[in-house]
Design a protein around this ligand. Structure first.
Ligand SMILES: [Zn+2]
Ligand SMILES: [Zn+2]
Length: 130
C-alpha cells in the first residue's frame, strides 16, 4: 500500500474542499440508518484516509461536525449542508466518494458492504471493479 495518489473533492458550494493523499483505505458501501439520514442516500460509498493525509483546503476551512456516535462525528458544510464524511476519534477521516472530483479512480471501488440489511428489498447495489 504505497499508493500516494492525491484525491481532491469538496461540498456543493465549494466552501469546504479537501485534499486526501493515499492509500485509500477500506473502500466500502454502507446502508445503515445513520448514513441514510445523514446523506439522504440509501447507500453511501466510503473510503478512509489517515487523518494526517487529509487537509481541508477550501475557503471554509474544516467542515462542521455533528456527534453521531460514541467514536465518530459526521462532517458537513455549514453553508450548503453537504455531507462530506466522518471524522473519527481515531486518527481516521472517512470521506464519502460522491464528494470526490474524480469518482472513477479504481482505488475508490468498494470491496466490502456494511449494513446490507438496511437496504430496501427493491434496492440493489452492484459494483464493478473493472
Ligand atoms: Zn458547501
Ligand atoms: Zn453507515
Amino acid at each position: 500500500m504505497s499508493d500516494k495518489t492525491v484525491h481532491t473533492g469538496g461540498c456543493l458550494c465549494g466552501a469546504i474542499r479537501f485534499e486526501a493523499t493515499g492509500p485509500a483505505l477500506k473502500p466500502h458501501t454502507c446502508s445503515c440508518k445513520i448514513c441514510q439520514r445523514h446523506s439522504g442516500a440509501l447507500t453511501t460509498v466510503w473510503v478512509e484516509f489517515s487523518a494526517d493525509n487529509v487537509s481541508w483546503t477550501g475557503p471554509g476551512g474544516a467542515p462542521s461536525t455533528y456527534r453521531s456516535s460514541d467514536y465518530s462525528s459526521r462532517a458537513f458544510c455549514p453553508t450548503c449542508g453537504s455531507t462530506l464524511g466522518a471524522i473519527d476519534d481515531d486518527p481516521v477521516i472517512a470521506l464519502l466518494v460522491g464528494t470526490f472530483d474524480d469518482t472513477g479512480r479504481k482505488d475508490l471501488a468498494p470491496t466490502a458492504h456494511s449494513y446490507r440489511t438496511g437496504r430496501p428489498s427493491w434496492w440493489r447495489v452492484s459494483i464493478s471493479n473493472k
